[in-house]
Design a protein around this ligand. Sequence first.
Ligand SMILES: [Zn+2]
Length: 97
Amino acid sequence: MGKGSNTPIAADHSKLKSPSAIPRFPEFYYDVPFACRECGSSEVWTPKQQKWWYEEIGGNIETTAIYCRPCRIKRRLVKEEARRVHLEGLARKGRYT
Ligand SMILES: [Zn+2]
């Protein structure tokens, strides 16, 4: 309770992107309940988050949220760590060849 009662927000189709020739853009963004793929937590992807994802940062209209916030942050840290190790590996290679 408490979750899942956000006001729908009208979609701005001029800002939406789709790889499809016949895109199916929503008229409004509604709460999208989902279970986090990582930890199984019950989450709600809010209209505000969807508008930001699709319209502000150009997210593909076919994509939806699959991870809860803590898992997203965790996954981003893991990715950054992998990138850092990768770059260090490259730097090391450069130094010793
Ligand atoms: Zn999670």
